[in-house]
Design a protein around this ligand. Structure first.
Ligand code: DP6
Length: 348
């Protein structure tokens, strides 16, 4: 390693988009390893829109691992951060930066500390802040910095330890998180089903229904569901395995009618499972329900689905339009049904 007195810093920056599940992950069979009760499928958003940018740096001058999120220091002491850091450190290899004259050996990484600065390009308060992009970006950036030569799927299994849905953000396009069978979780990882070019007519519109933080976090919510919902067991065993196969087929064939039907039904079942939890969890509100009705009526009147909807652990609607024209019509319809207050700033 370069002289301790030399206060060099080595840095890597990465950018990772968030992903939206069209077949939902809800429920863990192992809380520590973050192993799900079913496979899930997501679509990764365009990194220009909702993404996290993370810079990781290493220097002998750093006396502990530290992290800042949107400029504010946050604690790294939680088990999830520690798992990601430990897993990547154990895969670190020699790094040689000839320009800066820095040599770090595999052994050095055990003693060196990192600083992490992460930013979301969307307002955290909008309730869209997802841990998915955050952990995926953190793991990817650390792997680059520490020269951990793992492929995306291996990295996805590490990101999974930060937040389940994060494992799906390592790839663009359509991604499947395979639940795996191994009790240590070695085979619970993400694979790409199709890249971002495969079905690029689709347009995703996010309708922010409420900018408040969700009341029940996904982690607590799914724990309660696993403990109390019989419907979840039926969903995980009987429903999702068949639905996953159909969704893979719909994506492969760019079959929007089937894609929309599966995505909407799966979102509705996820929220039904939340209602079946004791005490029940309500993520959607009246406005969310009105958006569902609007889309359902439109799809029915058109004779074939024009837009798919899906809702995560909150009231905001993620609407997937079959093409740009439909997306423009959708925005028109939303503005008509939910007119902005006269003083609302539409540029925000
Ligand atoms: C409703 O990945 O946030 O968005 O693994 O406990 O961190 P943890 O949960 P998280 O759950 C996301 C749940 C979901 C559905 C999905 O993204 O598949």
């Amino acid at each position: 390693m370069a002289e301790e007195s030399q206060k060099w810093v080595l840095m890597v920056t990465a950018q990772t988009p968030t992903n939206i599940a069209v077949i939902k992950y809800w429920g863990k069979r192992d809380e520590t390893l973050i192993l799900p009760v079913n496979d899930s499928i997501s679509v990764t958003l365009d990194p220009e829109h909702l993404c996290t940018t993370t810079t990781v740096s290493v220097s002998p001058a750093f006396d502990q691992d530290r992290m800042w999120l949107n400029g504010k220091e946050i604690s790294l002491s939680g088990g999830r951060f520690q798992s990601c850091l430990r897993e990547i450190r154990s895969r670190a290899t020699d790094v040689h930066d000839k320009e800066k004259g820095i040599k770090i050996t595999k052994k050095d990484w055990e003693k060196l500390n990192v600083h992490i600065a992460s930013y979301n390009n969307f307002p955290t308060a909008a309730g869209l802040a997802s841990s998915a992009a955050g952990f995926a970006c953190l793991v990817f950036a650390l792997a680059k910095l520490m020269n951990a030569n793992e492929d995306h799927s291996q990295l996805s299994a590490i990101a999974r330890r930060g937040s389940g849905s994060a494992c799906r953000s390592l790839y663009g396009g359509f991604v499947k998180w395979i639940m795996g069978k191994d009790e240590k979780g070695t085979d619970s990882l993400a694979v790409q089903l199709a890249d971002e070019k495969h079905w690029d007519e689709l347009v995703i519109v996010i309708a922010v229904v409420s900018s408040q933080q969700k009341e029940t976090s996904s982690t607590t919510g799914m724990r309660d569901t696993v403990e109390t919902s019989l419907l979840l067991q039926h969903r995980a065993k009987e429903v999702v395995p068949k639905r996953i196969l159909k969704m893979e087929e719909a994506i492969k064939n760019r079959d929007f009618a089937s894609f929309a039907q599966l995505a909407c039904t799966d979102s509705n079942q996820f929220h039904a499972v939340c209602l079946d939890t004791c005490p029940p969890i309500f993520y959607m509100n009246d406005t969310s329900h009105r958006i569902i009705s609007l889309v359902e009526k439109w799809n029915c009147a058109a004779g074939t689905p024009q837009v798919a909807y899906t809702f995560d652990a909150g009231p905001n609607a993620v609407l997937i339009a079959r093409n740009r024209e439909t997306a423009a019509l959708l925005v028109q319809k939303l503005l008509f049904c939910f007119p902005p207050k006269s003083d609302a700033d539409l540029n925000r």
